[in-house]
Design a protein around this ligand. Structure first.
Ligand code: PLP
Ligand code: TYF
Length: 398
């Protein structure tokens, strides 16, 4: 019956973990998947999350179905976290937010919505981008193309190319922007550049979809990381917003996220919500409640929110420290290359500029695993392995 089905390839990012798990060397390092690790290379459960879990347990909650759109208090808290306390769309109910199966699910719901209500409209994603973007749009029958983003000559932003491509896209296209901590490059526009991007998208009447998977994780401040999203909203864009709480709350496996659409009126928001419900129902009926309860009980409590803020800053700061430390050891071990992009880039990832061959040597000679595009997940670096890593990188790049 299934003889016509052929084995497909491994996901390139998760495949790195598969290779890493097979390696028996004690010095092996996994810099593949973007999942935070503490300085002992252990997954980190936030104290704020543990306290919220205790509260939920003690409240003796039931396990009834959530509505199709998910847990209402979570949806509101998610929108407030991204758009800010005083946002007029939230106050005037000119927004619809649905709980989703983490950030991936938010993107998928968004893509299904575009497939129905913006048929044939092309979505433009940065080059490069998180690999899943392309497949999510393609599977939802949304045509997908890319705009220039990364400049390999300085490991920074190709701002002119980006603007040119966004200008050249047909009016009313879907433009996907990483709200902060661009994956895989770690390269974000400056505030001034964001203003220009917003202006160009406005002129072309593009629909802007933000992928916001790292709020708080880039700079340590949820407000600073929300700069672009809030700017576009202030500039009058009726944005779409995909949020993930995997990284910033350390809730990877709980699959908690949200998708929001801004609308011209409360009535329009209600119409959009009715269609989102119709689209979600045959996909998964309604979302799981646990992660939503955890996030909403943190964000509805001042003390827990404060604790979460300090913990997300702690994670961001450790990542920033590891960037500095890696560059320090590269120099100390004699590398004369310019590694300033390691400290200039932001968030979980660094686009090192290593070639696929150098990446292969890192794995075979040094037991260091990363994707072949040269992306490293900084979260896999610790104060104990950073010097070994620097030596390994120096060895393959000299
Ligand atoms: N978008 C980007 C840019 C990501 O890096 C990720 C992965 O973490 C996601 C979305 C969604 O991840 P998740 O589905 O785990 O929330
Ligand atoms: O880019 C990453 O490493 C994260 C995690 O299929 C991830 O976004 C990677 C691959 C994948 C799902 C999540």
């Amino acid at each position: 019956r299934w003889s016509h089905v052929q084995k497909g390839p491994e996901d390139p990012i998760l495949g790195v973990t598969v290779a890493f798990n097979k390696d028996t060397s004690p010095s092996k390092i996994n810099l593949g998947v973007g999942a935070y690790r503490d300085d002992n290379n252990k997954p980190y459960v936030l104290e704020a999350v543990k306290k919220a879990e205790k509260k939920i347990f003690e409240a003796n909650v039931d396990h009834e179905y959530a509505p199709i759109v998910g847990v209402a208090s979570f949806n509101n808290a998610a929108a407030v976290l991204a758009l800010g306390e005083d946002n007029s769309y939230i106050k005037e109910k000119k927004i619809t937010t649905v709980q989703t199966i983490s950030g991936t699910g938010a993107l998928r719901v968004a893509a299904e919505f575009f497939g129905r209500f913006l048929p044939g409209v092309t979505a433009y994603v940065p080059n490069p981008t998180w690999g899943n973007h392309n497949v999510i749009f393609a599977d939802s029958k949304v045509p997908v193309k890319s705009y220039s983003y990364y400049n390999p000559s300085n490991c920074g932003l190709n701002f002119e190319g980006m603007i040119k491509d966004i200008q050249a896209a047909p009016a009313g296209s879907i433009i996907l922007l990483h709200a902060c901590a661009h994956n895989p490059t770690g390269v974000d526009p400056t505030h001034e550049q964001w203003k220009k991007i917003s202006q160009v998208c406005k002129e072309k009447e593009h629909f802007v979809l933000f992928d916001f998977a790292y709020q708080g994780f880039a700079s340590g401040s949820p407000e600073e990381d929300a700069y672009a999203v809030r700017l576009f909203v202030e500039d009058g864009h009726l944005i779409g917003l995909c949020q993930s709480f995997a990284k910033n709350f350390g809730l990877y496996g709980e699959r908690i996220g949200a998708f929001s659409l801004l609308a011209n009126s409360a009535e329009e928001a209600a119409v959009l919500e009715s269609q989102l419900k119709i689209l979600i129902r045959p996909m998964y009926s309604n979302p799981p409640v646990y992660g939503a309860r955890v996030v909403s009980s943190i964000l509805s409590n001042k003390e827990l929110t404060q604790q979460w803020r300090s913990e997300v800053k702690l994670m961001a700061d450790r990542i920033i420290d590891m960037r500095t430390s890696l560059v320090k050891y590269l120099k100390q071990h004699g590398s004369t290359k310019d590694w300033s992009h390691i400290t200039n880039q932001i968030g979980m990832f660094c686009f090192t500029g290593l070639t696929p061959e150098q990446v292969d040597r890192l794995a075979s000679e040094f037991h260091v695993y990363l994707t072949r595009n040269g992306r490293i997940s900084i979260a896999g670096i610790t104060s104990k392995n950073v010097e070994y890593l620097a030596k390994a990188i120096h060895s393959v790049t000299k």
